[in-house]
Design a protein around this ligand. Structure first.
Ligand code: PHE
Ligand code: ZN
Length: 883
């Protein structure tokens, strides 16, 4: 690393702030060329750090700001009394308590990073998490500095009729002679600056209200660009459901008179929980059946809930420092997952969440960027909004819930709020509340916060017919990760059951117990090796392990193929019925990859085909569940199971298996398709499951590319009402060389060219085509008039779709895909480092490929690390990937 390489920040160096800020009074003068920000702060020395007053300088964070004036208690400071650095403003000798007035200027119209104050579609918008507030004004930009805010906004009344900030509106002026108007907002709750927000522009809103259980009426508003009012119903309904759910399940009520959401087209992430003024990516607000898929609808419901839930888990109780990010994110993801499970099908939701964890988090946890859910260090905090902090973090909270039970967990949550409302705290404070409320010892469990890597469970079972006992031997281990060569054993909740030969659950009594404790129970696995012995087991059982995926681990158990088909058919735990099919499918497909490599003929096992047949023809099965159970493990998941990922082998073999299944089940697939294929009116209910099973059937049929399937597919594309069905058909045509493919893509674009979110789908579908021409097409789509490299959604759709969603084309052995991605990373680096960093992460797993591909990817990473003006965001990912 050269001298100019950005430095890492360490958790162990945490120290409380030397100064505290009690109140913040902001005045924004929004302009086309220059925006002026006046900030009046009430500061005082922090008694924890400076018990005798204020002997240390005050160092405020600030970036890309022009300082206009600076005064303490009304006196303008002399130049010798302060210093301005590239990222700070230091006041050498402040008093122990004082008012600071800082006036700065900035140019939001030039801000392409979408962090701080920026423009989107002509409007003004802010994004302050994690450290964007320092791009607005000089401040102690850290979450343990909590203050009460008052915000005044002045702007042209015609260009910016709507002026919003956090809290309650306390004053508004009519348009003055200068054509400008002014409003003032006041937020009664102390908050860290990352929760500050301001929005100004031409926006329309839909309004509703919610009466809290204590009887207060809250105004609910969703602000969108004109023309989008008709796409807010689902988000508004989701918001009201979230408010009710949090009252019922957590006893938590909303605390302001108004709750506002603004949807913007240019946003790096999904959404942001600013106090009383959530800002959303349009993708997670706008939804109508004609233009949004079922997945989009479920995404809106989940993200609206997630941000709303942050009002308590994140805002009322916030993080002491950014190493504690999972305190709010893991907990809030767990809350939104449970919300969605309560509203929809619990097993189907659990399967989707586990698929997501395995597809994204497991690879992260075994690669160069592996970190604990509470990282020890970072160079750029924006790089740590990871699937580990979020999704693995949620699994850790889920395990606490499993270990304590729903009631114990709720007691812990209640104590957490009783102790910490209004504070900035740590993950450890959360765990301590859980322990103190229940008496459960979670000291070993805390290793989930400090150790990275996915633990592995090796389980074997032994039946003793004489003693009618069944012994389970459980071994755990965890592979090394960067900076952590050796891991201590985890405390793992292992939920399990034992199935008798008829498929019924056996009552579970450990040899040390007098009476059985149910037929599904949670064992505490704490040792590197541990034996559990069950009594009164009448016949050799088939164990159903890790029910509901009770811990984020990899499970190895020597099941026979017959055991797995037995579990697929009989397990009372729906998740494990699905899991057994995936385990069997993975085993068979990996066997076929080996067969292909050895030049042996490919053949799919009869037993597996029969098991799939049973699922397809089981009238009792939930349709959405059946669709998941009939889906083969993804190419990405199969790749993770190989020491060296055979990209082409996996792609070919999975395609072969799909065809073999389709040929075997053709008639049943056709009748399933016909039975479910009615063009029914749209609803977000069981119809989602019907559509997914129907489209799964269509997908299998299309793999045969016969005339009948193509006709059904083209017909569906043209006639379907729901976007889910249109997209499913288009996605299938997209992989073919049929003449109907280009016609369908052209027609889709013509129909939807004025809907940016639908155009994103059009970009990503093409980027994910398995056709050999795809890279050339993606390159030319970069020049399409609808593509905009400054818009994150467009980048994620086209560049992300190709490099992250199209393994066989991205990893083309020519290396052309890698060069393409590196080119884009370097372009984005200068525009939007956060987006660039997300893209460069797609190289992180380069060591999992063969030598030739490794050499190509390594060369591109080196090219990136050597590029001039590299952002810390991209530098951190690229350099750590090469280590
Ligand atoms: N805090 C947001 C969430 O998870 C995510 C986010 C992080 C958004 C940083 C913008 C910037 O809900
Ligand atoms: Zn969040």
């Amino acid at each position: 690393m050269d001298k100019s390489a950005p430095k890492a920040i360490h958790l162990k160096d945490y120290a409380p702030p030397p100064y505290l800020i009690d109140t913040v009074d902001l005045t924004f003068d929004l302009g086309e060329e220059v925006t002026r920000v006046r900030s009046s702060l009430q500061l005082r020395a922090n008694p924890v750090r400076l018990p005798d007053g204020a002997p240390v300088p005050l160092v405020l964070d600030g970036q890309e700001l022009k300082l206009v004036s600076l005064a303490i208690d009304g006196r303008t400071l002399e130049p010798a009394e302060y210093a301005i650095g590239p990222e700070s403003l230091t006041i050498f000798d402040p008093p122990a308590a004082f008012a600071l007035e800082v006036e700065t200027e900035l140019k939001p119209q030039e801000n392409t990073s979408l962090e701080g104050l920026y423009r989107t579609s002509g409007n003004f918008c802010t994004q302050c998490e994690a450290e964007g507030f320092r791009k607005i004004t000089y401040f102690l930009d850290r979450p343990d500095v909590m203050a009460r805010y008052r915000t005044t906004i002045t702007a042209d009344a015609l260009k910016y009729p709507v002026l919003l900030s956090n809290g309650n509106l306390v004053a508004a002026s009519k348009m003055g002679h200068d054509g400008r108007h002014t409003v003032t907002w006041e937020d009664p709750f102390a908050k860290p600056c990352y929760l500050f927000a301001l929005v100004a522009g031409v926006l329309v809103h839909v309004e509703d209200s919610y009466v809290t259980r204590s009887g207060r009426t809250v105004t609910l508003r969703i602000y969108v660009e004109p023309g989008n009012q008709d796409k807010c119903d689902h988000a508004m309904r989701s918001l009201k459901k979230s408010m009710a759910w949090d009252e019922n399940v957590y006893g938590l009520e909303y605390d302001l008179d108004i709750f506002m959401i603004v949807a913007v087209g240019d946003f790096n992430m999904g959404a942001m929980e600013n106090k009383g003024l959530n800002v959303f990516n349009t993708k997670y607000i706008l939804a109508r059946p004609e233009s949004a898929t079922d997945t989009d609808f479920l995404g809106v419901e989940a993200v609206v809930a997630h941000e709303y839930f942050h009002n308590w888990t994140g805002n009322r109780v916030t993080c002491r420092d950014w190493f504690q990010l999972s305190l709010k994110e893991g907990l809030t993801v767990f809350r939104d997952q449970e919300f969605s499970s309560d509203l929809n099908s619990r097993p189907v939701k659990r399967i989707a969440d586990v698929q997501r964890l395995r597809a994204a988090q497991f690879p992260e946890d075994s690669g160069p960027m592996a970190h604990p859910i509470r990282p020890d260090s970072y160079i750029e905090i924006n790089n740590f909004y990871t699937t580990t902090v979020y999704e693995k973090g949620a699994e850790v909270v889920r395990m606490i819930h499993t270990l304590l039970g729903a009631e114990g967990y709720r007691k812990g949550i209640d104590l957490y709020f009783e102790r910490h409302d209004g504070q900035a705290v740590t993950c450890d404070d959360f765990v301590a509340a859980m322990e103190d409320a229940t008496g459960k010892d979670l000291s070993q469990f805390r290793r989930w916060y400090s150790q990275a890597g996915t633990p592995e469970l090796d389980i074997s079972g032994e039946y003793d017919g004489h003693g009618r006992t069944y012994r389970l031997t459980v071994r755990q281990s965890c592979p090394p990760s960067p900076g952590q060569p050796v891991k201590q054993p985890y405390h793992i909740p292992l939920a399990l059951g034992l199935l008798d030969p008829q498929g019924a659950d056996i009552p579970l009594r450990l040899k040390t117990e007098d009476v059985p404790k149910g037929t599904s129970r949670v064992l505490d696995v704490t040792e590197a090796e541990q034996v559990f012995e069950f009594a009164d087991v009448p016949a050799p059982p088939v164990p159903s392990l890790l029910r509901g995926f009770s811990a984020p681990v990899k499970l190895r158990m020597s099941y026979t193929d017959d055991d797995l088909t037995f579990l697929m058919a009989n397990d009372s735990d729906a998740f494990n019925r699905w899991e057994a099919g995936q385990t069997l499918g993975t085993r068979l497909l990996l066997g076929l990859v080996e067969d292909r490599a050895a030049g042996r003929p490919l053949e799919l096992s009869r037993g597996f085909l029969d098991a799939l047949d049973k699922i397809l023809n089981d009238p009792a099965l939930d349709h959405a569940f059946a669709a998941q159970a009939l889906t083969l493990p993804s190419e990405g998941y199969l790749g993770q199971q190989m020491p060296v990922i055979d990209v082409d082998g996996i792609h070919e073999v999975r395609g072969f298996a799909r065809k073999a299944i389709a040929a075997h089940l053709r008639d049943d697939l056709l009748s399933t398709y016909r039975a479910l294929g009615g063009n029914e009116p749209f609803a977000i209910d069981a119809a989602i499951g019907r559509r997914s099973l129907k489209n799964l059937a269509l997908g299998y049929l299309m793999s045969l590319e016969d005339a009948e399937a193509v006709e059904l597919c083209v017909g569906q594309f043209h006639n379907a009402h729901a976007m889910t069905d249109v997209i499913a058909a288009l996605g299938l045509l997209n992989d073919t060389h049929l003449p109907q493919r280009d016609a369908a893509l052209a027609r889709f674009y013509e129909t939807w060219k004025n809907e940016p979110l639908v155009v994103d789908k059009w970009f990503s579908i093409q980027a994910m085509s398995e056709r050999p021409e795809t890279l050339a097409e993606v390159r030319s789509l970069l020049n399409h008039p609808a593509f905009e490299i400054r818009n994150p959604n467009k980048v994620y759709a086209l560049i992300g779709g190709f490099a992250g969603g199209n393994a066989v084309r991205f990893h083309d052995s020519s290396g052309a895909g890698y060069e393409f991605l590196a080119d884009q990373v370097l372009t984005l680096n200068g525009l939007n480092p956060q987006v660039a960093s997300r893209m460069v992460k797609l190289f992180a797993r380069w060591r999992k490929y063969d030598d030739r591909r490794q050499a190509f990817m390594r060369a591109q990473l080196e090219r990136i690390v050597g590029a001039p003006n590299l952002s810390p965001d991209v530098f951190e990912i690229a350099s750590k990937s090469l280590q």
